[in-house]
Each structure stands twice: as structure tokens, then as C-alpha cells.
Design a protein around this ligand. Structure first.
Ligand code: ADP
Ligand code: ZN
Length: 797
């Protein structure tokens, strides 16, 4: 009778057609409308279901052109389809329960609106591709069981008796009985332990004594070690935690401004423990997972298997499993969050139940959280939180702050060098502020000295690219058994070659970029597109000599590889390692170098910005910055801010235990005001000075910036399009639109690049501005003269 009733309801609904709006992982439009036919409902569930059985957030298979494609149900509505609109049918409903929850969809909407891209582009970034392709398959392993006939002790005795003549078979059964738990042993383990061949096992299976069964297993590494109690806090940390809690009572977002090595991590750990105890999830964002092995170890030691690490270097299948793991970490109804007290809490606390700590780089914001309680954005100033390409060009910090609102979670931004935006939000009262001004155990912040390169070169007091006083100090420190870090933000041997005779410069054929010489592999390469000229693929002489006049190239500039060579010559007995993109390509490349340096198997570590980030080494007493000018003089309104952050951070690697550390900064421009702020570790000074400049020149946070980038293989075409768009935009936005910008790298991958910059007042209605921008682009770019130009939009670049 039940079925009958079901049928009636269903029949009643058939007057109208059920339509669904589907997000497809494409960049064209936001949603595509399909019809859910009776047949689809039948197919998917083998019985007829009502429309309630088509949940939002489920995957569906739909036709697109001649292909079929997986999409996500975004909305459903009933309506009548007019004859002349062609609406195609959903082919199959893939999931019975949603794989994307409402908060996730809300995040997707926000990202697509704010960063001006389609929902499909967000979807493609948000879901592991195997979920979209629907070709994920679980890893499996074989298990061996004893057939039901032999489960009783008596029959087992009889079996062993029967097998007495077949010694090996008997042996295997005995081993099985010894090892089995719940009548089950993994096949591989059984064979390994008993040392019997697979053929013997096969015989027993053929005789129906053993059964073989396939079980799915997790690809995720399991943690079996013990967990430790977090360290007891010192006074400053204790006070910081209390202040953070107080601040959260009024504001969702709090900035923890703590100098390098003040012990911020330990503060995070205590806050995390507290949230886990309420059975909730914590998202811990870091700029770059490869560089956080020290942190991962520390968190694992405290939180054991509650820690889930997520990053893009995992295989797709692993990412699917983490996705599902986070989704299933179901909220255990929480015992009311106990008040924090580090002394009394048993470890591991019982309340952790469904709580999970998810540690990840920016893309971890896309995981299907169910009951997020806290988001930590560590090193919140790091530019790598912003995705460059492809769309969505989102900032994970901004996304995290939005998400926290929807989940009712708190946000902690932590750093020694806040971003100007965040600090501005503190001073305007939007975020709370908690400060830690002392290093842990009262250690002193490093002493910073400038080395005047102009003076040094003039007096010829240089060894290669090292000033005499720097060489002297390195020698001293190594002799004392200390370690030294050398920072140069450029890899390769020489970034620029030129013929001394005719002035020829080897350039990339695809980009407007000069080729960098790499000595170890003896090739010239483009750091823009990866183009390579090697002695294998080209005439060897091309690498070393000018093709026009035959003179040997003169090498200009210095990369990490060249510094390594110079250091080896200066200190032939020192153990030297280099950490940059070239030495860390393998999966564990970073970790190996970090481990060796931490174990003091290396005296001098040379590296790019990789060495500036969050690392903690006991033995480092000296940090040297080779060419600070390169950081300070970039054509970007943020260059001073970023230079300060990078230099203060790399300086922070010195003197983290025991005596005070030293930092030497080589520069041609010792009088740049930035250096005085650095010497005083005066963040607020830099902030004030930068803010003043930005106000005068109308840069963020006083304006909101949108960068429009146009690309085309034909330079004329892109020039004309950019110009037309500029004219169109100026009729709406006037002087807020820049003239056409030719970027420093004006051709990349065979495409000419032009840009327009739109700046609207921070107080203006930005959503409206974006709509107008969209409209104007649509109108201009539909004209045939401008077709074919690729356009990308970057909001808050
Ligand atoms: P930050 O993140 O502020 O740079 P860390 O959290 O890395 O600083 O702390 C610096 C050092 O001090 C680390 O070696 C850390 O283990 C140690 N440390 C910090 N707090 C404590 C504590 N409460 N007890 C013991 N060691 C601590
Ligand atoms: Zn190139």
C-alpha cells in the first residue's frame, strides 16, 4: 500500500517538471539548467522517489554537447519548460547524500562573487579531480579467513590432524590461528610471518579451508605513536591566551602579533586542544606545507591521529580520502566545553571524540567541514595565501574570515610581521589585537647591522659577492661551531648574461625574460615558462658563447648556486647545503635539507625565501642577507612591506636559543628608511610610514584594487583591446582606471600582456563596481575586433 501512496504523491508532482541548476567545473557560465525526468529518478534508486530525493550538493551526471560530465546540484525548482527552450535531462544522480554541504556552497558563492569568477571555476579548485571525474577507487588489500566449518575449536583440532602429512599447510594453519583477530589476518602479513609460499595458501583456499576477501584500506598514514601533553605555558603565553579569549568575546577575528620565537605555536596548541575538547574541528592554515615538517611533528606529538594534513602534493586519491575523512568526522554532541586549565586536563583528553585538527595550505579551506570551531591563519602576512593562477584568485585569509562567520567559528591570525591590511583592521576596530613582545625565555631579538656595499666595492673589500666583514663573521661563527644562514632570493648561477662584445643578451623565445644560467646542469633556462637551452639539445657553445660574435658571455648578477660555489672556495672545510626550488624538487627534498641542518650536519645553509619561513634551528647565530636592494626596489606598492616582512622573518631565524643572534644585511642603499625600522624591530614604525604613503597615492587599504590582465599572441590586438576597454571603463569609473600598463614581463608564453588597474574608494559599493566592470567587459569584448583576447581579473592583487 505504501508504494501506492508514494505513487500518488509523485503523480501529483508531475504537472510541473523538476528542474535543477547544476554547477559544472567550467569557466563559462555559473549554472546550467537540466530536467530531472521520471526515468532519472527511477534509474538512480531503482524505485521511484519524490523530488525530495534529489538533494542539493549531490553529484549528477549530465550531458554537455556530445559528452557527459559530472556536476553538483546547486538549486532546484519546479517549472514549466517552454517548447522552444531545449532543456536536457539529467542522466544520473550519482550520490544519495550530498558531498558538498551548504556552508561549502556558500563559500563557493562568495568566492565567485567577490573574486569575479564562475561557480564552476571555484568547483574545479575546490574538489579533488577524482571526485569530479568520479573515478576514485579505494585501495584494497586481501584478507584471509578460516571457512565457517572450522570455527569451532574441535573442528580446528581435527583439521590440524588431517593436515599432519602436509607439514607446510599445517604450519600455515597454525600460524593463522596464532595471529588471527576476529578470524582474520591480512594475506601479506600472514605469508610474511609464516614464511610459507603463496602456492601453499592457494591450495588451502582451493580446499575451501581458507577464504580470501578483499577489504578497502586507507591510503592515509596512520599515527600509532604516543601523544604528549603540551608544554606548560610561560607568563607571556598564559596572558596571551587569556587576552585572546577575552578578545573573542567581542570580535570574531583576533590578530596575535608576537615577535619571532615568542612561542606562538604553543599558544595555538593550547587553544586547539580546547576546541577539540568541545568535539569541534580546527583548521590550521600555513603558507606552504613542505616547509612545515617541524610544525607537523610537533602537532602530531600532541594530537596524534586527530591531526589530518592536507596539501596539493598529495595524490588525488589521497586527497579524496582526506576529503571524506573530514566529511565523516561527525560532530559528537559535545560535552560542554570545559574551561581551559592546562594543569588538570588528562592527556589525551576524552572529549576529543569527533574533533579534528586539519593542517593545510590555502586549498584546505575547501574541505567539507561540519562543525568548525576555530581557524588559525599562521604567518597571516604571507603572500602565498593568495592564489595567482588560475581563477579563483582568492586570498585564503579573507575566505577563512568569511567561513568563520557561517560556522560560528573564531579566527586567530598569527604573525611577527602583520600585513598592512590586517593591522589596519585592528586599528579601525574590526579585529582584536593581542601582543607578545618578548621572545620565549626572555631571549633577545637579533642585532641587525647594515653592510654598505657601495663602500665595500669602492675600497675593493669584497670576496666575490661577500663583503669582507661578512666573510670575517662567517669564519668566526663556524670556528665557534655555530651555524649560518645565507639568504639570496634568486636561484640559479647568474640571472643575466651579456655579450661583452656586441651587447647581445640571451632571452627566452616565448617570454620577455632573460635566461638564467644554471651551472650544475649547464643550461640556460627561463624562470617564467620553464624553457630550457641545454648542451644536449643545442650546440654546447650556445650556452657559453654569444651566437652572434662568438665572445664568451659575461655573467651578471648572482643566484644561490653561484653563492654556494663562492662559499665553498672561501670555506673549503665547511659543510654547505643549498635550499631552493632546484634542490627540493623531489617530494621530501625540503625535509631532507631541513633535517640535516637541524642535526648540525651542515654549517652553512644557502637559500631563497624558503629559508625565511618559520623554521626553528638551535645552532644558528648568524644570518646574512646578500642583496637586500633586490627586495626593496620592486615595482609594486607592497615592496617595502614585503621586504620588511621577509627580512624580519629571516632575521628571526638567528639566536633562537641561548645567546643573541646577529643579522648582517648587505645593501647599496644603507640610508633607506626601512633599515632603521628593521634595526629597531619597529613594526609599528614601518606600518605608520607605509600607511601614510598609501593614503597619498591611493593604494589599499584606502582603495580596493582590481587588476585586469589581457593576453593575446598578437601585440596589436591586445593593445587595441586594452585601449578600448580602458575607454569604456573610464566612461564609468573616470580617473579610477589606469592607462594601459605594459608589465615588466610584457610577453609570457608567447602571449603579449597588457593590464588595466581599477581602484575604487574603500568606502564605495564594491559589489556594484564589480557589476559595472562585468557589464563593460561584456559589451567591449563582444565586438569582433577584440575577440580572442584572454582576460583575467584579479581582485585585491
Ligand atoms: P614562534 O612561532 O613565535 O616563532 P615558537 O612557537 O616556534 O615561536 O617557539 C620558539 C621556541 O620556544 C620553540 O623551540 C618552542 O618549542 C619553544 N617554546 C615555546 N613555548 C614553550 C613552552 N611553553 N615551553 C617550552 N618550550 C617552549
Ligand atoms: Zn619563457
Amino acid at each position: 500500500m505504501r508504494t501506492c501512496k508514494f505513487f500518488t504523491t509523485f503523480a501529483a508532482e508531475m504537472h510541473n517538471t523538476l528542474l535543477v541548476d547544476i554547477i559544472l567545473p567550467l569557466a563559462i557560465t555559473d549554472v546550467y539548467t537540466y530536467r530531472v525526468s521520471d526515468a532519472t529518478l527511477l534509474d538512480a534508486h531503482k524505485t521511484i522517489h519524490g523530488t525530495a530525493q534529489v538533494p542539493i550538493g549531490c553529484r549528477v551526471l549530465v550531458p554537455l554537447g556530445k559528452k557527459s560530465i559530472i556536476g553538483i546540484i546547486y538549486r532546484k525548482h519546479e517549472g514549466e519548460v517552454s517548447e522552444n527552450v531545449k532543456v536536457r535531462d539529467v542522466l544520473q544522480i550519482v550520490d544519495e547524500t550530498p558531498i558538498v554541504n551548504p556552508q561549502q556552497l556558500r563559500l563557493w558563492e562568495w568566492l565567485s562573487n567577490y573574486y569575479m569568477c564562475t561557480l564552476g571555476e571555484v568547483m574545479a579548485a575546490a574538489l579533488p579531480s577524482e571526485i569530479i571525474d568520479d573515478n576514485y577507487s579505494a585501495a584494497t588489500t586481501q584478507y584471509i579467513q578460516l571457512a565457517p566449518a572450522y570455527l569451532a575449536i574441535e573442528s580446528q583440532k581435527q583439521l590440524l590432524k588431517d593436515l599432519q602429512r602436509a607439514k607446510k599447510q599445517e604450519q600455515l594453519v597454525r600460524d593463522f590461528l596464532r595471529m588471527a583477530q576476529n578470524n582474520q589476518v591480512e594475506r601479506r602479513v600472514l605469508l610474511e610471518q609464516s614464511g610459507v609460499s603463496g602456492a601453499i595458501l592457494r591450495t588451502l583456499i582451493d580446499k575451501n579451508i581458507f577464504l580470501e576477501e578483499e577489504h578497502p584500506i586507507s591510503r592515509l598514514r596512520q599515527y600509532n605513536g604516543d601523544t604528549q601533553t603540551p608544554h606548560a605555558l610561560d607568563n607571556q603565553q598564559y596572558r596571551a591566551i587569556e587576552e585572546i579569549r577575552d578578545s573573542w568575546k567581542e570580535k570574531n577575528v583576533t590578530l596575535l602579533h608576537g615577535v619571532t620565537s615568542s612561542g606562538k605555536t604553543e599558544v595555538y596548541i593550547h587553544l586547539i586542544e580546547d576546541v577539540l575538547m568541545q568535539g569541534k574541528q580546527v583548521l590550521y592554515l600555513v603558507p606552504e606545507i613542505a616547509l612545515t615538517t617541524q610544525l607537523t611533528d610537533r602537532l602530531q606529538a600532541v594530537f596524534g591521529d586527530k591531526l589530518v594534513v592536507y596539501h596539493s602534493r598529495f595524490s588525488n586519491a589521497e586527497r579524496v580520502e582526506i576529503y571524506n575523512e573530514v566529511k565523516q568526522a561527525s560532530p559528537k554532541s559535545s560535552p560542554k566545553g570545559k574551561e581551559f586549565n592546562c594543569e588538570e586536563t588528562p592527556h589525551p583528553p576524552q572529549g576529543w571524540g569527533g574533533g579534528r585538527l586539519i593542517l593545510g595550505a590555502r586549498s584546505a579551506i575547501f574541505l567539507p567541514f561540519s562543525n568548525l570551531g576555530l581557524i588559525i591563519v599562521d604567518e597571516e602576512h604571507e603572500p602565498s595565501y593568495k592564489q595567482q593562477d588560475p581563477a579563483p584568485r582568492y586570498h585564503a585569509r579573507s575566505a577563512a574570515i568569511m567561513m568563520a562567520q557561517w560556522y560560528g567559528a573564531k579566527v586567530l591570525l598569527g604573525t611577527a610581521t602583520p600585513s598592512i591590511e590586517s593591522y589596519h583592521n585592528v586599528l579601525s576596530g574590526k579585529y582584536g589585537l593581542v601582543e607578545m613582545t618578548e621572545r620565549f625565555q626572555g631571549l633577545q631579538l637579533p642585532r641587525i647591522t647594515m653592510v654598505d656595499l657601495r663602500h665595500q666595492y669602492h675600497r675593493k673589500e669584497m670576496y666575490g659577492h661577500f663583503a669582507d666583514p661578512v666573510v670575517f663573521r662567517i669564519r668566526e661563527e663556524i670556528a665557534r661551531g655555530k651555524q649560518v644562514i645565507l639568504f639570496q632570493n634568486r636561484r640559479g648561477y647568474a640571472p643575466f648574461l651579456q655579450c661583452p662584445n656586441c651587447g647581445e643578451v640571451p632571452k627566452c623565445p616565448n617570454c620577455d625574460v632573460s635566461l638564467t644560467y644554471h651551472k650544475a646542469n649547464h643550461f640556460l633556462t627561463c624562470h617564467g615558462c620553464g624553457y630550457n637551452q641545454s648542451s644536449m639539445s643545442h650546440r654546447p657553445s650556445l650556452i657559453t658563447h654569444c651566437p652572434k660574435c662568438g665572445a664568451a658571455w659575461k655573467l651578471h648578477g648572482v643566484g644561490t648556486e653561484r653563492l654556494e660555489e663562492e662559499i665553498q672556495i672561501l670555506f673549503p672545510n665547511a659543510r654547505v647545503a643549498r635550499m631552493d626550488l632546484d634542490t627540493t624538487r623531489r617530494k621530501d627534498g625540503c625535509q631532507t635539507i631541513i633535517d640535516r641542518f637541524a642535526k648540525h650536519e651542515v654549517d652553512i645553509l644557502i637559500g631563497t625565501q624558503m629559508v625565511t619561513k618559520g623554521l626553528h634551528f638551535d645552532g644558528v647565530s648568524l644570518v646574512v642577507v646578500l642583496q637586500a636592494d633586490m627586495l626593496v626596489n620592486r615595482p609594486d606598492y607592497r615592496s617595502v612591506e614585503h621586504a620588511y616582512q621577509m627580512l624580519e622573518q629571516v632575521a628571526g631565524r638567528a639566536g633562537r636559543t641561548g645567546e643573541r643572534g646577529d643579522v648582517m644585511i648587505q645593501t647599496f642603499d644603507v640610508n633607506h628608511p626601512l633599515y632603521e625600522y628593521l634595526r629597531q624591530h619597529d613594526y609599528k614604525g614601518v606600518y605608520g610610514q607605509q600607511l601614510e604613503e598609501r593614503e597619498i597615492f591611493k593604494f589599499p587599504p584606502f582603495t580596493r584594487m582590481i587588476m585586469i590582465t589581457l593576453r593575446h599572441r598578437d601585440m596589436n590586438r591586445v593593445e587595441k583591446t586594452a585601449h578600448a576597454l580602458m575607454i569604456g571603463l573610464r566612461t564609468i569609473f573616470g580617473e579610477r582606471v589606469s592607462s594601459v600598463i605594459v608589465p615588466q614581463v610584457s610577453r609570457r608564453n608567447n602571449q603579449y600582456v597588457r593590464q588595466l588597474r581599477l581602484r575604487v574608494e574603500a568606502s564605495a559599493n564594491v559589489m556594484r563596481a564589480k557589476q559595472l566592470l562585468h557589464q563593460c567587459m561584456d559589451v567591449t569584448l563582444h565586438q569582433s575586433a577584440y575577440k580572442g583576447t584572454m582576460i583575467s581579473i584579479d581582485v585585491d592583487p
